[in-house]
Design a protein around this ligand. Structure first.
Ligand SMILES: [Zn+2]
Length: 255
């Protein structure tokens, strides 16, 4: 019997060709292994916006997302995705296009962001370029008006650059409040994603989509467990407890 596999959304950040400076970035060589694994296991990559029509998706659908839009994604992720015939969604903070990720502190090659030409090329190639606000703020501490400005302007900037409609949003730092959800809908987004882990269909609100975070040390076998459990913590300790609980459940229910 084949197990029904729900869509799952993965969150990546930088893909440097050097030791990652951030826990959230992974080496380009390791990312290439992730792609090979997904392809070997029969996963289909779909765009985040494709989740709006989830029933039309193949059973093993995965959404690869990149937050922020680091320049090293061009060689480390975009080109490898293209050579595998796969696609992904990038969430871009529009004030930082061609600049640096200012919230990471001192600029380095790993905080350098993709520029407009990169984004246009990636969009034309079939990637989704979506909104991560303008200035990458913590939305949960902004007023409703400020949130409105961040979401409206970022959408307009990307739509102007790409000559297409932008319908997806990711909240910076995964931080948002009730206003953010309201504003995202009011300003014309169709869906928004958080950094809360879980399956896509475990969250009914389209403005609170769950994602699984990928960290710098995540081997292919860690990725495999994350795809199975839709959780960020897939340490062997937790997995052992999970299986022990299942065995315990079976014992209890057999009496
Ligand atoms: Zn971000």
């Amino acid at each position: 019997m084949t197990q029904y596999r729900r869509p799952i959304v993965l969150m990546y950040h930088g893909t440097p060709d050097a030791q990652p400076e951030s826990h959230y970035s992974i080496h380009a060589g390791l990312f290439a292994k992730h792609l090979r694994y997904l392809q070997q296991e029969g996963w289909t990559t779909v765009l985040f916006k494709d989740l709006q029509d989830v029933d039309a998706l193949p059973e093993k659908s995965v959404v690869i997302t990149f937050d922020d839009g680091y320049e090293d994604n061009y060689h480390g992720a975009f080109l490898p995705l293209m050579s595998h015939g796969m696609k992904a969604t990038w969430f871009i903070a529009t004030d930082c296009i061609g600049g640096h990720a200012h919230w990471l502190g001192k600029p380095s090659t790993q905080t350098q962001m993709l520029n407009s030409e990169h984004l246009l090329e990636m969009h034309v190639a079939g990637m989704e370029i979506a909104s991560h606000t303008c200035s990458h703020p913590d939305l949960s501490v902004l007023s409703l008006d400020q949130q409105q400005l961040e979401l409206t302007k970022a959408k307009a900037v990307l739509e102007e650059l790409l000559s297409t409609q932008v319908s997806s949003l990711a909240y910076p730092f995964g931080r948002f409040n009730a206003d953010s959800v309201t504003v995202a809908e009011q300003t014309g987004y169709s869906m928004a994603c958080t950094t809360r882990p879980g399956w896509f269909d475990s969250e009914p609100n389209p403005y609170m989509v769950r994602r699984i975070a990928i960290f710098s040390g995540d081997s292919v076998s860690t990725l495999a467990r994350k795809l199975n459990f839709a959780d960020n913590d897939v340490s062997w300790k937790k997995m052992t407890r999970y299986y022990a609980d299942r065995v315990w459940d079976k014992l209890i229910h057999s009496f």
